[in-house]
Design a protein around this ligand. Structure first.
Ligand SMILES: [Fe+2]
Length: 145
């Protein structure tokens, strides 16, 4: 299930909220590709890899901006928050690397299982992270970039 935006995700920092919406959109693109091509995922290998790469790139730039906002506002838990970001980007990176191996898309059942788990992990992590960890910095932010 793609993530629907709701007010539990709102940091009230407009550029951060806009970026979080974009992250949900990009993750939704991966999920749509998976849902719409079940049984035929190997035929969509190029699009799936591109969608994961787009998500990865946007995540990296978003985290950098978010970390700069926290840093500029002297958020005391910045280092822990960065650690969490790094673990998440590692997970996307690893997923992408696995998909890039030459025979990855040759086993439809394996691809299905892999994508199903990856999408579930990314959805769960992202929603929890925004609702819990990003809300932690919210009261500290007095100005944005
Ligand atoms: Fe964050």
């Amino acid at each position: 299930m793609s993530i629907e935006w709701n007010n539990k995700f709102e940091t009230n920092i407009s550029e951060i909220d806009t970026q979080h919406k974009r992250l949900f959109f990009l993750l939704g693109e991966v999920e749509n590709l998976y849902n719409n091509n079940k049984g035929n995922l190997s035929q969509k290998s190029k699009e799936i890899k591109e969608a994961i790469s787009a998500l990865e790139q946007y995540t990296l730039s978003h985290f950098l901006i978010e970390e700069r906002v926290m840093e500029d506002n002297d958020y005391p838990d910045l280092e822990n928050h960065k650690e969490l970001h790094n673990k998440f980007t590692d997970k996307i990176f690893q997923g992408k690397e696995q998909m890039m191996t030459s025979d990855f898309f040759s086993d439809e059942a394996k691809v299905d299982d892999f994508l199903q788990h990856l999408i579930k992990f990314l959805n769960t992590w992202l929603t929890n992270h925004i609702m819990v960890k990003d809300m932690d910095y919210k009261p500290y932010i007095r100005h944005t970039l």
